[in-house]
Design a protein around this ligand. Structure first.
Ligand code: PLP
Length: 439
């Protein structure tokens, strides 16, 4: 019996749908983390989303803190976003020629991220980071990159090394099919470990094109940078002539409107975005200092292209979402919700004598069943995943949808009400009681 069947609510339609899906789709899912393997269960099939709520095809309702893995900061089917997408669709869905709405979204992105002089739209975070790395190598004429264990930068070959979340969940240190010749140019360092970064630069300094980092990590659970970490990365990359790439695919418009770089006051050379800027449609973006980004074709010789890049529907959804985020007080509201959830988790854990570590910043929160503070991938792996799995299913049973793995961040949206948060915190207490008993 899996955890999934222990509950009393009916999920039969989801179970049947999963059987059908597995006949035609690898593992029944189009992205591995959706399969609920890290929590030993079967995924729910979703019929619709409304505001903060998700409805599965059996008609169960959940308060959603996964939000499509981050993009839906306005909540599901926000009327402004739906309106923007449908009115654009009436004009056509793709042209493969420039549209004014691409310039509009680019303008908003550049206003929010002063480190970017120009920005190129792509279709996913994976494309954004892959392209930023290519550009950094071309600009510096160097080959190596530095990445941090537990940071995920999409699934391109050179970045699929100790990549946290889905990859970590499945215990693949890197994937078969990635050539050793590619992987060897990726230098791996523990997150928050200044000394390790220093040693890597002492050894390979003049071969390092770029350091790529999640300025707030969200793919090994949520892990904050220690106060000196990001300033140190800025200093040492400058010193050695390497570029600093902030992968803000998750944190952009979420940790703060201007991302983690605004919150921590650090200006990277290149930035990658995704998730929120697409408002729930497929978008990624990368940009940076003019002398670097102007090497991209057709201005320069670094090739990067896309049939659907800058897709008008996606631009419309992104623009509508950013407009909502520009209202005064939005980020105070989002961060107070995230903080209440993190505190609720910690209090509930305390009540039942469970070890807990929590963080919250901006519209993100992180909850670990772990004794010691989580600072990197090694400490993230000390978290009790079996306990999390029981907690996760007990929360689902109580109508709360969390990420189906402890090594993921939690997300909040403009649609979550105080009442939703109260109900969630109550559910946490009940779920932890259940989870702590069933050992
Ligand atoms: C989600 C994510 C990516 C990959 O984005 P996709 O759109 O899934 O390709 C890259 N970097 C970070 C930090 C992410 O969270």
């Amino acid at each position: 019996m899996t955890n999934e069947t222990m509950g009393s609510r009916n999920v039969q339609r989801s179970k049947d749908a999963f059987v059908e899906a597995k006949k035609v789709i690898p593992g029944g899912v189009n992205s591995p983390v959706r399969a609920f393997r890290a929590v030993d269960g079967d995924p729910l099939f979703i019929e619709r989303g409304v505001g903060a709520y998700l409805y599965d095809i059996d008609g169960n309702r959940y308060i959603d803190y996964m939000l499509s893995w981050g993009p839906l900061i306005a909540g599901h089917a926000h009327p402004d976003v739906v309106q923007a997408v449908t009115s654009q669709a009436l004009y056509g869905t793709s042209f493969g020629a420039p549209t004014e709405i691409e310039t509009k979204l680019a303008n908003e992105v550049i206003k929010a991220f002063p480190s970017m002089d120009l920005v190129r739209m792509v279709n996913s975070g994976t494309e954004a980071t892959m392209s930023a790395i290519r550009l950094a190598r071309a600009f510096t004429k160097r080959q190596r990159i530095v990445k941090f264990a537990g940071c995920y930068h999409g699934h391109s070959d050179g970045l699929l090394i100790r990549a946290g979340s889905g990859v970590a969940t499945f215990g693949l240190p890197d994937s078969p099919g990635v050539l050793p010749g590619v992987a060897q140019y990726t230098l791996l360092v523990p997150y928050n470990d200044i000394h390790a970064v220093k040693r890597i630069f002492e050894q390979f300094g003049d071969e390092i094109a770029a350091v790529i980092v999640e300025p707030v990590a969200g793919n090994m659970g949520m892990v904050l940078p220690q106060p000196d970490f990001l300033p140190f990365l800025r200093t040492i990359t400058k010193e050695y002539g390497a570029l600093l790439i902030f992968d803000e695919v998750m944190t952009g418009f979420r940790i703060a409107y201007g991302g983690a770089q605004e919150a921590y006051g650090i200006r990277p050379d290149l930035t990658t975005l995704g998730k929120v800027i697409g408002g729930g449609l497929p978008v990624g973006a990368y940009g940076g200092r003019e002398e670097i980004i102007s090497m991209v074709a057709p201005l320069g010789s670094v090739y990067q292209a896309g049939t659907l890049s800058g897709n008008p529907l996606a631009m419309a959804a992104g623009l509508a979402t950013l407009t909502l985020l520009q209202q005064p007080g939005v980020y105070d509201r989002l961060s107070s919700i995230a903080t209440r959830l993190a505190e609720g988790f910690a209090l509930a854990a305390k009540k039942y004598g469970l070890d807990a570590n929590v963080v919250a910043k901006g519209a993100m929160f992180g909850t670990f069943f772990a004794k010691d503070p989580i600072t990197d991938y090694t400490s993230a792996q000390t978290a009790d995943t079996a306990l999390y799995a029981r907690y996760f299913h007990a929360m689902l049973e109580r109508g709360v949808y969390l990420a189906p793995s402890q090594l993921e961040a939690g997300f909040v949206s403009l649609a979550h009400t105080d009442e939703d948060v109260d109900r969630t915190v109550e559910a946490m207490v009940e779920a932890m009681e259940v989870a702590s008993q069933n050992r």
